[in-house]
Structure formats: structure tokens, C-alpha cells
Design a binder for this molecule. Structure first.
Ligand code: UD1
Ligand code: UDP
Length: 365
């Protein structure tokens, strides 16, 4: 018996997660996947590079929705995904994470009574102002299968009355991805940037709550700039952040001491992470990758979904209140390692588990 899974991806972290799961689907020999790329991310360095590097099959559909406000972007996705579902009549809709592409995939399928499986279900920041929190709450409540990465996620769902057979702890696909990349996949980027291993800070900043608040963005850039007086700071710039800096001379001046580079591919990013002294980020995925590479992380947010890392001492939360607070947090955390020997994200077989669960729970029409 073969089952048909329609998977929806659209943003950078979803390509990385889908690479793991698609590989497991192919290895299962019993799942035929139809991948839909919504087109939420479209720059070469935000999209194509991941498909090439990670050998993800070319999506059967690219909806090319592009950028826009939440309503317009999600609305365009909904309309187009609905058409694809009607044409393909899948056994499962598979969505990843918490982006607008996740919301659109889950909602379109649910309205057409196609069962929804959500990878990375159950995460909560408990900050309902975040678009990601809104997206994940709706996706979770519409899902028939909640594929969770951590015990914390299971507990969060239980608190919202979601439990039983629908919730399956599979582990974190980002851990599978990280094992696949290894530590040394990044070629010569470290040399090209003139960096010395363990003598630089890697940073990423893209979350709306930081980029769209001038005071918070100034605190982050000002803090990183002070750090750069002591250790080089490399910042692969997300296009959202790039666009905001481009229109603001004050912020550009604050960023002048930083090594700003274009977004890099997954393997180059793994090499930067593996060689950094510390990672300062507001990314969800990068917080965990810091841990996978044994690096301390300062999370430039008010809260995190990945609370295990704070509890284990690998992650320090630092709300970007002021440049001084950001710089102090980073400089005083360099060299501070957390507890070792724990495996909060599973065994690196989340992709295979997802394939197995989808086959086991399919209601083939
Ligand atoms: C989205 C997700 C966020 C995720 C992030 C991963 C939502 C609401 N947010 O945020 O959860 O952490 O992706 O990176 O879904 N842009 C380009 N080129 C691109 C893509 C974006 O120039 O290829 C620019 C556009 O100006 C766009 C802006 O970046 O308006 C923001 O893009 P968007 O996809 O809306 O949100 P992200 O900030 O990327
Ligand atoms: N990433 C990358 N190149 C970059 C920045 C990030 O390959 O220049 C990868 C990173 O290694 C991680 C993922 O993108 O696997 C995280 O995506 P992002 O930070 O955009 O989104 P989030 O995880 O916060 O939703």
C-alpha cells in the first residue's frame, strides 16, 4: 500500500526540516510525496540553495505567493493550496513549524477534511503577539496528528486539552538535519572571512518583534557592535533585516563594525556554528544548532520555546532592552558550557519516525 502525502513548505527552516522528512519518505518506499512550495521565501539564498545542497526533490507546485502582509500572503496561499488539494486528493497534509505557510496548509486541508499532520507541534512561547504563536496554536488545534519534538511540547498540548493517540513524540527533525550536515561541511568560508575558530561570535536576527521595533533593533546592533571591539561578529543578514537597515542610516552606522554577509547555505551555516565561540540569535532553529555544536547561546528575545536549553545551561535569554545588556550577556557567556549527556531532541531518527507514524495512522481513501 502506498499513501500520498501533500507537504507544504515555504520558508527557509521548512526546507531544512522537509529535507529530512522527504529522505525518510523515499527510504520508506511506501509514501508518495507531493511537495508544495508556497513561494513565501524566494531569494536564491533563502530557497534554491537548500533544495540543491540538501537534494530535496523539486516541488511539484510552486505557488509563487511572494511577500506581503499577513492577510494578503496567507490568503493567496490558502486559495492556491485549496486548488492543489482538490486536484491531488492526498491521504495526509503535512505542515512544518509555525510560519504563514504552516497556517495556510493546515487551514486549507482541514476545511476540505484532509487529515493534517503537524511537524514541530506543541511549541509555545506564550506570547500571542508573535505571528508564529498564532500560527502554531491554530495549526495544532486543526491537526489530527501532532508530531512533537520535545516532552515540553507534549505538556503544552496537554494543557490545551490535546492528548491521547493524536500526540506522538518523534524528536526534533532539526537534530536529524544537523547530524546529516556534520561539523565540517562548510568548505573554506571560515578562512575566506578571515576568522579564527573559537574567536568569533555568530549572530542572526530576523524576528519581527526585533526587526520591526527600532529600539530593540538598535539595542541588538549596538550590543553586537560593542562586542565587535573584542571579538569579530559575523551576521548573515536575513532579507527582512537587510531591508530595514537599508532604509535607516542610524542603524547602518551601528552595524558598521559587524561582518555583514548575505544569508549562507546550510552547510556554510553549520561550519560557522561549529567554529563560533558563541552564538547570539533570535532564531528558533539556530538556538538548537548552537547546542548540537556544543556552543553557548544567547537568545535575544523575551522568551523561548526551547526551554530545555535554558534549563540545561546552554542558552541564556537576554531581552534586547539596551546595547549594554546585550553586550554584557554575550561577553560574560563566552566559554560557559551547559550540562552534557542529555538528549532532549531525540536520537536523530525523527524523520523515520514521522514516515512510520503517517503510514500507521493513514485512513487511505
Ligand atoms: C518567516 C516566518 C518566521 C520564520 C522565518 C524564517 C511568518 C509569519 N514568519 O519570517 O516565523 O522564523 O520566516 O526565516 O511566516 N524577503 C525577501 N526575500 C525572501 C524572503 C523574504 O526579500 O526570499 C523579505 C521581504 O521584504 C519580506 C520580508 O523579508 O516582506 C519578510 O519575509 P516573510 O516571509 O514575510 O517573513 P520572515 O521574516 O522571513
Ligand atoms: N540558516 C542558514 N543560513 C543562514 C541563516 C540560517 O542556513 O544564513 C539556517 C539555520 O542553520 C537553521 C535555519 O536556517 O537551520 C533557521 O532558520 P531561520 O533562522 O530563518 O528561522 P527560524 O528557525 O527562526 O524559524
Amino acid at each position: 500500500m502506498t499513501i500520498k502525502v501533500l507537504s507544504v513548505v515555504g520558508a527557509r527552516p521548512q526546507f531544512i526540516k522537509a529535507a529530512v522528512v522527504s529522505r525518510a519518505f523515499m527510504e520508506s518506499g511506501a509514501i508518495s510525496e507531493v511537495m508544495v512550495h508556497t513561494g513565501q521565501h524566494y531569494d536564491e539564498g533563502m530557497s534554491d540553495i537548500f533544495f540543491e545542497e540538501l537534494a530535496i526533490p523539486v516541488p511539484a507546485y510552486n505557488l509563487a505567493v511572494g511577500s506581503g502582509g499577513h492577510g494578503a500572503q496567507t490568503g493567496r496561499m490558502l486559495e492556491k493550496i485549496e486548488e492543489v488539494i482538490k486536484r491531488e486528493r492526498p491521504d495526509w497534509m503535512l505542515v512544518y513549524g509555525d510560519t504563514n505557510s504552516t497556517l495556510a496548509g493546515a487551514l486549507a486541508a482541514s476545511k476540505l477534511h484532509v487529515p493534517v499532520a503537524h511537524v514541530e507541534a506543541g511549541l509555545r512561547s506564550f506570547n500571542k503577539k508573535m505571528p508564529e504563536e498564532q500560527n502554531r496554536i491554530v495549526a495544532d488545534h486543526l491537526s489530527d496528528l501532532l508530531l512533537t519534538p520535545t516532552q515540553t511540547a507534549n505538556r503544552n498540548l496537554a494543557r490545551e486539552g490535546i492528548g491521547g493517540d493524536r500526540v506522538i513524540l518523534v524528536g526534533d527533525v532539526m537534530y536529524d538535519a544537523s547530524l546529516f550536515a556534520g561539523d565540517n561541511a562548510g568548505g573554506d568560508l571560515i578562512d575566506r572571512l578571515g576568522l579564527v575558530p573559537d574567536r568569533f561570535i555568530l549572530s542572526t536576527v530576523h524576528r519581527a518583534e526585533n526587526t520591526d521595533d527600532p529600539a530593540r533593533l538598535a539595542a541588538i546592533l549596538g550590543g553586537l557592535s560593542s562586542v565587535a571591539d573584542k571579538l569579530p561578529v559575523v551576521l548573515p543578514l536575513h532579507p527582512r533585516t537587510r531591508n530595514i537597515l537599508a532604509g535607516n542610516a542610524e542603524l547602518e552606522a551601528l552595524a558598521a563594525k559587524l561582518t555583514l554577509i548575505d544569508p549562507v547555505g546550510y552547510f556554510d551555516m553549520a561550519a560557522l556554528e561549529a567554529n563560533a565561540a558563541l552564538i547570539a540569535t533570535d532564531s528558533g532553529g539556530v538556538q538548537k544548532e548552537a547546542y548540537f555544536h556544543g556552543k553557548p547561546c544567547v537568545t535575544l528575545r523575551d522568551e523561548t520555546e526551547w526551554v530545555e536549553l535554558v534549563e540545561l545551561g546552554w542558552n541564556r535569554l537576554q531581552p534586547p532592552k539596551s546595547a549594554e545588556a546585550v553586550a554584557e550577556a554575550i561577553l560574560s557567556t563566552v566559554g560557559k558550557k551547559g550540562k552534557s549527556g542529555e538528549r532532549p531532541y531525540g536520537d536523530g531518527d525523527a524523520g523515520k519516525r514521522i514516515a512510520d507514524v503517517l503510514m500507521r495512522h493513514a485512513r487511505v481513501s
